[in-house]
Design a protein around this ligand. Structure first.
Ligand SMILES: C[S@@+](CC[C@H](N)C(=O)[O-])C[C@H]1O[C@@H](n2cnc3c(N)ncnc32)[C@H](O)[C@@H]1O
Length: 496
């Protein structure tokens, strides 16, 4: 396949399914095409391209091609704090309504673990939702995934991490296969649906809850913005506790694309999106409502240093400098405590008060947040780190450091393609961010792309030569000379 032909297929997939396949995924596209061309008996690419371009037959061939190109990674109760938020907010949504039906949409549900987790959460809420019936629509673009989800049968390993009693309550074990109970299966309707196409499914009065997690991270910004606008149209207006609905996104989603239509609130330790009233829609961070208890964290600190404090509080730069010193000495607990301490603007607003529900705002100076996110990522607290980055990106979608930390998180989780995209975004925003070039090089090595890895390590060396200070917060306690040596060693290994 020529680069031009590959580009044509990638463009077509993006046009029809919204899924952006960066050139780094060319090998995956090539393999998928080889499989499908063989299955269709297409001898040459132009025969297959003609088939794909046809209206009816093309659409059904695309359905067969997509499973090779999408990432269906999922799990029961993935991001547990999202299910805590569901438990905390649903009673607020239904509080002022007569009993009836709660409408929930799991958009991009993969093999069904997500909608079944929603059904289990509601079933386990008992009295809090008595008199209410849950109706869950679960959709995905991949027909095979929907078929498997509909069966509701899972291997034991899919249930890893779930409490035994919960498994006993909601599954039946048959021939070493765990089958979701019929009562829960009746609550979930599975359908094929492509989020890149309108019209979106509607619920009477709007969806009460929408889960659209880890789907748009494979879309480019324009597509994500379109999805955000369409989801806003079908979500119930207002916000809990006033009865409105809410939306949950994956922790690594480009939050900035959503802020025109939604504002972020925090519930039970998770960030959830609620509809921004039409008159207040704007680009960038959400504006707190006049009655919101928390304004911008930096404008109205939640905790102030006591008036009688013996020392004046440290400013942000001093706090960061101390934390970096502790990181350099491998005193990570100390670094964490320093970063978490009260500064002149008060304690961190995120995560202080689990269960509270208020506007999540990023600070004017993101440096401390970024360091905190980096430290959490380095300590394997993936979800907390990703949430901090998500909030930062909501106020500045081009914040290089946040993309960099998300790249590290993805790389650690073995999501190499995602990490490459993140490192590239970080570099796009800040070409001097030497560690992003370096880690991009490592990710390319993992993908077996030696040429790209070489380019990345050389770019890291050039960034180090430019002597910028911008990357120092991510130096991991190493001196520039040590980074330089690391790059040179990698290059030498690649040459060998
Ligand atoms: C990584 S999985 C996420 C599954 C689940 N939401 C979760 O977070 O565990 C992404 C899913 O999005 C689906 N997807 C990708 N593009 C889509 C589109 N245009 N419309 C609907 N679903 C799509 C994929 O098929 C895949 O099953």
């Amino acid at each position: 396949l020529t680069p031009r032909q590959l580009e044509r297929v990638r463009d077509l997939i993006e046009q029809r399914a919204g899924i952006y396949l960066p050139p780094a995924r060319n090998d995956v596209v090539r393999r998928a095409l080889a499989e499908r061309m063989a299955a269709c008996g297409a001898a040459a690419f132009h025969n297959y391209a003609r088939l794909l371009a046809e209206r009816e037959r093309g659409a059904s061939e695309l359905r067969r091609l997509l499973p090779y190109l999408t990432i269906g990674e999922t799990g029961f109760f993935r991001v547990p704090s999202h299910f805590d938020a569901l438990r905390a907010l649903v009673p607020q949504i239904i509080a002022n309504r007569p009993s009836g039906v709660l409408h929930i949409w799991s958009a991009g549900c993969a093999t069904g673990e997500e909608p079944y987790s929603i059904a289990m959460t509601l079933a386990d809420m008992g009295g809090a939702v008595r008199g209410w019936q849950a109706r869950i629509l679960a959709t995905d673009i991949v027909a095979d995934a929907i078929e498997r989800a509909r069966l509701g049968c899972f291997a034991e390993r899919a249930l890893r991490g779930m409490p035994r009693e919960q498994i006993a309550r909601h599954f039946r074990l048959r021939d070493r296969v765990y089958e979701v109970s019929p009562a829960l299966r009746r609550q979930v309707t599975f359908e094929e649906f492509n989020l890149a196409q309108a019209p979106y499914p509607r619920a009477p009065g709007g969806w009460d809850v929408i889960f659209c997690r880890n789907v748009t991270m494979y879309f480019r910004e324009a597509t994500t913005r379109q999805v955000a606008a369409r989801l806003a149209r079908v979500l119930r207006g207002g916000a809990p506790p006033a009865g409105g609905g809410f939306l949950l996104l994956g922790p690594t989603e480009m939050i900035g694309c959503w802020s025109e239509h939604f504002r972020t609130i925090e519930a039970a330790g998770a960030f959830v999106l609620v509809k921004e009233p039409a008159g207040r829609r704007r680009h960038g961070m959400s504006t707190p409502a006049p009655g919101d208890s928390a304004g911008h964290a930096h404008a109205r600190p939640t905790t102030r240093a006591p008036a009688s404090a013996p020392h004046p509080p440290l400013n942000e730069d001093e706090i960061c400098a101390r934390a970096l010193g502790a990181i350099a000495d491998d005193r990570w607990d100390d670094a964490q405590a320093i970063l978490d301490q009260s500064g002149p603007r008060g304690r961190f607003s995120a995560h202080d008060e689990p269960g509270s529900c208020r506007v999540a705002t990023a600070p004017r100076s993101p440096r401390r947040w970024l360091l905190r996110a980096w430290l959490k990522a380095a300590r394997g607290e993936r979800e907390a780190a990703a949430e901090l980055c998500g909030t930062l990106l909501a106020s500045d979608p081009l914040l290089a450091g946040a993309h960099y930390v998300l790249g590290l998180i993805a790389c650690r989780a073995g999501e190499i393609e995602e990490s490459i995209v993140r490192f590239q975004r970080a570099i796009y925003s800040d070409h001097d961010l030497a560690p992003a070039h370096y880690h991009l090089g490592l990710a390319c090595c993992k993908q077996g792309d030696a040429a790209a890895a070489r380019r990345a390590f050389r770019a890291a060396l050039r960034a180090l030569e430019r002597g910028s200070e911008a990357w120092r917060d991510f130096a991991e306690g190493l001196a520039p000379e040590q980074w330089r040596r690391a790059c040179q060693e990698r290059l030498a290994a690649l040459e060998a």
